[in-house]
Design a protein around this ligand. Structure first.
Ligand SMILES: [Ca+2]
Length: 332
């Protein structure tokens, strides 16, 4: 399972997920949060015997096992053949005052794991006998609420001063759960921090920019209408939205930016049903997408880690009978 959230589930045992015996579990960029094992064990994950695989860059947080004899609120079960890497296991809570809080078994270690707390107020402890893996960092990851932070699924973004930032050891995925490019080294857990608001209030000057598109609706709706400063003029595909359509900007020189705003203006249904954003310095080599998601209303705001590039290309990845229109396109 990748780029997914398992949250707010309740069962007597195995609140978030039950992993059957001798199966293979692979979680990457997954958030397992706020699940409850009401009377038993395994608030987040309950792993049965002989399970192998890996849990990579995932966040297992704020799960609970509130029963009076319950423990193992993050992960119950597992063994050294289930590898744990760049993962946050934090703020899980248990009803029993003395047994392991986060993990009942030590998993195999890919490095870069954070476990918190190791010791709690009022007695009981995860230390030294209940580490989720060898070498865990003990620190509060300063996770935000489970909420939309961009992308199609809910995440818990670490604060800008989180000790999880840039602590990834190996195997960092190229993007995080939201589809945004990971920094190097990557941040632990499923999500990079939310983008700072710095430098995001003033759009770049668009004079001299050259815009092109896969199609347009005729002389009144050419791509340049998206950067003419007039909210009443627009670029439009002139056809239904389909995968592969694009809108491309050559800014003339390398610019630094971390946000795009696509405003469909009065064509309120013409927002992109899916998009992938690419940047390039030569207009030839585009690399991997820096953002993947979908619009949901007339104004589509796309944020991502700060980029330095001359070209921006937005590729349509969705489909609908409505055209794709941009009345005004701005870069911040
Ligand atoms: Ca316009």
């Amino acid at each position: 399972m990748t780029n997914s959230s398992v949250s707010n589930n309740t069962a007597n045992n195995a609140g978030g997920m039950y992993v059957g015996p001798s199966s293979v579990l692979n979680l990457t960029n997954a958030t397992v949060a706020k699940n409850t094992a009401a009377t038993g064990l395994g608030g987040g994950l309950f792993v049965d015997s002989n399970v192998s695989g890996q849990i990579l860059n995932s966040t297992i947080a704020s799960n609970q096992t509130p029963g009076p004899y319950s423990f193992g609120a993050g992960i119950t079960g597992g063994n050294a053949n289930l590898l744990l890497g760049n993962t946050i296991i934090a703020n899980n809570t248990v009803g029993n005052a003395y047994n392991p809080i986060n993990c009942t078994q030590k998993l195999g270690n890919l490095g870069g794991n954070l476990q918190y707390p190791l010791t709690r107020q009022g007695g009981g402890s995860d230390d030294p006998g209940a580490l989720c893996s060898d070498g865990v960092i003990e620190a509060d990851p300063l996770l935000g609420q489970l909420q939309s932070n961009g992308g199609p699924t809910l995440t818990m973004a670490p604060a800008s001063n989180s000790p999880a930032i840039a602590k990834g050891i190996n195997n960092c995925p190229a993007t995080d759960q939201r589809g945004q490019t990971r920094q190097t080294p990557c941040t632990l857990g499923a999500s990079e921090p939310s983008n700072s608001s710095a430098n995001q209030d003033t759009p770049l000057n668009r004079s001299g920019w050259n815009v092109t598109a896969s199609s347009n609706a005729g002389s009144g709706q050419t791509p340049d209408k998206a950067i003419d400063g007039n909210p009443n003029t627009r670029w439009s595909t002139g056809t239904s939205q389909t995968n592969g359509q694009y809108f491309q900007v050559n800014m003339g020189t390398t610019q630094t930016f971390s946000k795009l705003v696509l405003d469909a203006g009065s064509s309120t249904n013409d927002y992109p049903r899916g998009y992938a954003v690419y940047v390039s310095n030569d207009g030839q080599n585009w690399g991997s997408a820096i953002a993947n998601s979908s619009g949901s209303s007339a104004v589509t705001t796309i944020t991502f880690p700060t980029q330095s590039a001359r070209y921006i290309k937005i590729v349509q990845t969705g489909s609908t009978g409505w055209w794709w229109s941009i009345a005004e396109f701005n870069v911040y």
